[in-house]
Design a protein around this ligand. Sequence first.
Ligand SMILES: [Mg+2]
Length: 246
Amino acid sequence: MTNAPAATPATPPAGRSAPGAFGHVDTWIFDLDNTLYPAACNLFAQVDVRIGAYIAQALGLDAAAAKRLQKDYFRQYGTSLRGLMLNHGVRPEPFLDYVHDIDVSAILPQPGMADSLAALPGRKIIYTNGSKGHAENVMRRLGVADHFHAVFDIVAADFTPKPEAAPYTTLIQRHAIDPTRAVMVEDIARNLEPAAALGMATVFVDTGSPFSLPNPEAPSQIPAYVQHRITDVPAWLAQVAAEVGG
Ligand SMILES: [Mg+2]
């Protein structure tokens, strides 16, 4: 099969978003990992190792078997934790504390980002499949903790991860969000699909990983629910803050 450009969905230009695209927004929803800080920090590599270690210890498995179960549950349940809770009665809080007890020094403080967030009108909320403690750890390191109104984490989501639809509804109800006045910023494209379905504007943070797209085999195919595609979150925030900031 040859390339057929006509069959490829229109790709939004990467980098800047369309001017004026966010004037209506009063709630800014940000994913945490690989969105608020660059994917190159590779924090998940640390979390990944700690999840495997926790499973090995909790279930008495060797490292290879624990790693297999970790990946199987991730594929089957969206998070390894949910598989552990449903199949083994693992308690979530000690698990979340352990796996997120990582070194975040690879993240560089971002004073410019704090200024941009301060200039954006409305609430800023973090929506993560990780824990609130992890979000607070990352926000402290970035120097942006004062600019977020709330963290909606995997506990708040009743352990149902993005991109399942239910927690998006919980999020907008819990925080009285009008989705037509909200934007969601996220590095995993499919996590934007339920947001778009609710009427939110969507911003895909393209980290360059084909696995952030629904079809890694065809990374040039950007799904239609991606309305804006950016590569540099601090630069984009500065641009939008200049456009809509007071
Ligand atoms: Mg992410």
